[in-house]
Design a protein around this ligand. Structure first.
Ligand code: PEP
Ligand code: MG
Length: 326
């Protein structure tokens, strides 16, 4: 069976009725890129760059980060999409060198883009490194934990500043690189229409979006029934985000665990999700599954699933309609 799946490595990711999607991987270090490619990934949908900063006593320099990002680009070649997320420290990920204050609610605290906007020198070092890597391939940048339009605009302004600097220094980068945001805070999902006018793409982070929407800590096993991306409230937000992007002519991807979950894939395909980013091990089977599904039939399935009461009902319904997932 694995051999059969392997044959699909270079195959297109396309539904039975011709709806084209992209299957890409989530990675945490540049060394993971080659394995992701072997697992059939068409590119990288989420490079969790915070791991470059963790477990050490000094901050990574611009040059060191540039090398790391270029290594990922090189593993996939110049055309493959490589989405680099700016660092998402805080929450469950600690970084002693930054001497972050102890917080009662770290998931609701000083983290990710909130730190970056407060420490522009730290942010600029990373943005310059990513921009330099963009000269070598199809690099895209995304900002995590965006909650307000002002944060997106401020982050974009720092990026523009870095572009001007590099231009003055005659250092190469791709001036057209796409810039997007993660949708993982409910506030951003609710304002998706406004964000869609300004960003190049959305990538839905269902791990955080689910915990914030249901007010259920993603690490708390007692809350697993709430912390489930098939909760109708989460599906409602996902649909809203995809529709907002479509209306503005932008595309939506997903880099939360949900994107590789067999029960969720038929629904996401039906909602019109264009990019599915997951851990490398799920790519072959997701590609095989999508190739058996009709996108237009899944659109109907999705609209019915969204009306159901909860995750259990939704799972049973999807299993009954799509026996291939079992
Ligand atoms: C998410 O929140 O869904 C996500 C992909 O980011 P992380 O898991 O790194 O928080
Ligand atoms: Mg997240």
């Amino acid at each position: 069976k694995l051999e059969q799946l392997r044959k699909l490595t270079s195959a297109d990711s396309v539904s039975a009725d011709g709806f084209q999607v992209e299957l890409v991987a989530n990675i945490g270090s540049p060394e993971d890129a080659a394995a992701a490619k072997n697992n059939g990934a068409e590119g990288i949908g989420l490079f969790r760059t915070e791991f470059l900063y963790m477990g050490r006593d000094t901050l990574p320099s611009e040059e060191e980060q540039f090398q790391a990002y270029r290594k990922v680009v090189k593993a996939f070649g110049p055309d493959a999409p490589i989405i680099i997320r700016t660092m998402d420290i805080g929450g469950d990920k600690e970084l002693p060198i930054l001497q972050l204050p102890q917080e009662d609610n770290p998931f609701l605290g000083y983290r990710a883009i909130r730190i970056c906007l407060d420490r522009p020198e730290l942010f600029k070092t990373q943005l310059r490194a990513i921009l330099r890597a963009s000269a070598f391939g199809n690099v895209k940048i995304m900002f995590p934990m965006i909650a307000a339009l002002s944060e997106w605009r401020a982050a974009k302004a720092v990026l523009d500043q870095c572009k001007e600097e590099l231009q003055r220094e005659r250092i190469a980068f791709n001036p057209e690189l796409e810039v997007g945001i993660m949708i993982e805070v409910p506030a951003a999902a609710m304002l998706a229409d406004r964000f869609a006018k300004e960003v190049d793409f959305f990538s839905i982070g269902t791990n955080d979006l689910t915990q914030y929407t249901l007010a259920a800590d993603r690490m708390n096993e007692k809350l697993a029934h709430l912390n489930d991306p098939l909760q109708p409230a989460v599906l409602y937000l996902i649909e809203k985000v995809i529709r907002a992007a479509q209306k503005a002519g932008k595309w939506t991807g997903m880099c939360g665990e949900m994107a590789g979950s067999p029960h969720a894939v038929p629904i996401l395909l039906g909602l019109g999700l264009k990019e599915f980013s997951m851990s490398g091990g799920s790519i072959f089977q997701t590609r095989a599954l999508i190739s058996t599904l009709s996108q237009s039939a899944m659109a109907e399935l999705a609209s019915k699933a969204l009306e159901l009461e909860g995750p259990d009902e939704i799972r049973s319904f999807v299993e009954a309609q799509v026996p291939e997932i079992l």
